[in-house]
Design a protein around this ligand. Structure first.
Ligand SMILES: [Ca+2]
Length: 203
């Protein structure tokens, strides 16, 4: 006789599948045994909350502007560890671009990002932002912390925020520095959108 049952427990958060049970009459005097294999597949939910929707900046050509207050970030869900990625986009885009390097250029908007612990209430100093193209937000998603640790990304040793392998409930502060293009061929307003994405590295 062969039976198969499929049991769902815990609603959408967990699915439990019970494998087939095999049964046959045992010969007289023989031991009876059976095997049951249960496969558990966790349903992962993970994400990130961003506590600030928008800032307004007036940037002077050739001068930097900083976030007046940091952006709060919190890891939510039931799956960890989580990796964060940052990407940016400018609307309307042309003729501006997000500068991929630290060399100023016409129509090149440079956006630096750094994460700190929530204990930090003052913005990082100018020099903390500069000196590494790794801290530039570009149109391609970039990891906030280096995979497997070791610094890099949008981390800085003086800010104390490890951004690699974040647990649920982890909170950080995001600081931005915007360097306007050295010259602009447009005077019309631009909207910069920074996207924070939670991702996972499954072992
Ligand atoms: Ca450049």
């Amino acid at each position: 006789m062969r039976t198969e049952n499929r049991i769902f427990a815990g609603g959408a958060r967990a699915a439990l599948a019970a494998a087939a049970l095999a049964w046959a009459p045992a010969p007289a005097g023989a031991a009876e045994s059976g095997a049951l294999t249960i496969t558990l597949t966790p349903v992962s939910e993970f994400g990130v909350l961003v506590d600030t929707a928008s800032f307004a900046f007036t940037v002077g050509v050739g001068t930097p502007a900083f976030t007046s207050s940091p952006v709060g970030i919190e890891i939510v869900g039931n799956a960890q560890p989580v990796e964060l990625e940052l990407a940016g986009s400018v609307t309307p885009s042309a003729p501006w671009i997000l500068d991929p390097d630290e060399t100023p250029g016409t129509d090149q908007l440079r956006v630096y990002a750094l994460f700190s612990t929530v204990a930090r209430s003052s913005r990082p100093v100018d020099a903390d932002f500069t000196g590494s193209a790794e801290r530039l937000v570009t149109s391609s998603p970039k990891r906030a912390g280096a995979r497997g640790g070791g610094g890099g990304g949008f981390e800085h040793p003086s800010l104390g925020a490890d951004m690699d392998g974040l647990p649920v409930g982890a909170r950080r502060r995001l600081w931005l520095r915007l360097d306007a293009p050295s010259a602009s061929t447009t005077a019309k307003p631009r909207t910069l959108e920074i996207t924070v994405t939670a991702t996972r590295d499954d072992p």
